[in-house]
Design a protein around this ligand. Structure first.
Ligand code: ZN
Length: 203
């Protein structure tokens, strides 16, 4: 399986990182080795002093597709979930500045937290779903999928021009504003509409 991530999909997050608003979706990937096994703690890696959390809504692909038209994209997923796109912001900024690929800043071991999935029918309108991240019982990120610059179906259409989507692939759909640094012993809890979808302890 592969993990495809969308960068800069929420206007306020683009502003907080002082990035430019992209004209097309920004895509990057995480290898399957970046998935943190469920219930394992996340260990801050030795190569970074600035690991950021990014809470994101996830979509799980349910069949093979290529050049998927946006109007048929809904047929290619039936489960949604929540995840954290851990980012070594110091490595990423350094590589970005040099114009180099920043893959390692996003793809290192443990950088993909994948929580529970539920049938998409659970939500009346997938593009109007509230989600949040709490750090030590305090809300640090809040978003609604209606704030996405590119909607889920548009993301699938765009991505599938380049990459054949396969059953089991997961799409991270971008993070809203409020990203920040994790510290040892932090407890991160992700929720959709107030319901817990993921929990991870930082070590
Ligand atoms: Zn992200």
């Amino acid at each position: 399986m592969k993990i495809i991530c969308i960068g800069r999909n929420y206007a306020k997050h683009i502003e907080e990182l002082e990035n430019e608003k992209p004209k097309v979706p920004v895509i990057f990937m995480k290898p399957d080795s970046s998935i943190l096994p469920k219930n394992n703690p996340f260990f801050i890696p030795s190569f970074s002093n600035d690991i950021h959390y990014e809470i994101e809504v996830l979509v799980k692909i349910n069949k093979v597709g290529k050049y998927i038209d946006a109007k048929f994209a809904h047929k290619y997923y039936d489960e949604v979930g929540l995840g954290i796109d851990f980012t070594a912001r110091d490595l990423q900024s350094d590589l970005k500045e040099k114009g180099l690929p920043w893959e390692i800043a996003k793809g290192f071991d443990g950088a993909a937290i994948i929580g529970n999935f539920v049938p998409k029918e659970k939500f009346e309108n997938l593009q109007d779903v509230n989600f949040s991240l709490e750090k030590n019982n305090e809300v640090v990120q809040e978003g609604n999928t209606n704030q996405m610059l590119w909607k889920i179906d548009e993301i699938i259409a765009y991505v599938s021009q380049f990459y054949t989507l396969k059953k089991g692939d997961i799409i991270f759909t971008g993070t809203p504003a409020g990203v920040g640094k994790v510290s040892e012993n932090d407890l991160l809890v992700g929720k959709i509409e107030g319901e817990e979808f993921l929990k991870v302890r930082v070590k």
